[in-house]
Design a protein around this ligand. Structure first.
Ligand code: HEC
Length: 146
């Protein structure tokens, strides 16, 4: 009997670790972005946050993700804040749209209604981004999110 106890402990610990790992895999799967469902990237060269993206975010996002309100602990009013991500972690991976959940949120894909940004039927009546704007954000991320 005595010899079994540490083994049981180890088994419980291992089961716990496996559960944590599985939960993590499920979470990152949930946040994965299917590039095929997104509008095409803009063909514009040298897309930068300061020049191309900030005006879009200031218009449609920073009322909830800025200095005054910080929904999901995410600020979109500077490149540093965007890199810091949200309470759930990174929202943009430079050069990699598959793990840039922000892009999926603004693409307003069917089935993702709860995650649409700006939120569906928001009180401030901020309109969804246009396909051209989403394409520009896509190009910005593909080009390294500078
Ligand atoms: C009216 C308020 C509002 C506006 C405007 C808004 N958001 Fe959000 N955003 C939220 C809320 C609330 C959440 C948290 C949702 C949740 O946790 O379920 C959120 C969450 C997010 C997340 C998810 C963070 C994560 O890691 O899961 C991203 C990315 C995001 N918003 C991007 C944007 C972008 C980009 C815009 C502009 C195009 C925008 N939001 C406009 C309220 C807003």
């Amino acid at each position: 009997m005595k010899a079994r106890k540490p083994l049981t402990g180890t088994a419980i610990l291992l089961a716990g670790l496996v559960t944590l790992w599985a939960a993590n895999v499920a979470r990152s799967e949930e946040r994965r972005v299917d590039a095929a469902k997104l509008p095409p990237a803009s063909t514009k060269a040298d897309v930068t946050y300061a020049k191309d993206i900030k005006p879009i975010f200031d218009n449609s996002c920073t009322g909830c993700h800025g200095e005054k309100r910080v929904k999901a602990k995410l600020r979109l009013d500077s490149l540093e804040h965007i890199r810091a991500g949200s309470k759930h972690g990174a929202v943009v991976t430079p050069g990699k749209i598959e793990t840039s959940v922000l892009l999926r949120n603004i693409a307003n894909l069917p089935g993702d209604e709860d995650d649409w940004m700006p939120p569906k039927d928001n009180k401030a009546k901020i309109a969804p981004l246009t396909k051209a704007e989403v394409g520009l954000v896509r190009a910005w991320i593909e080009q390294g999110a500078k």
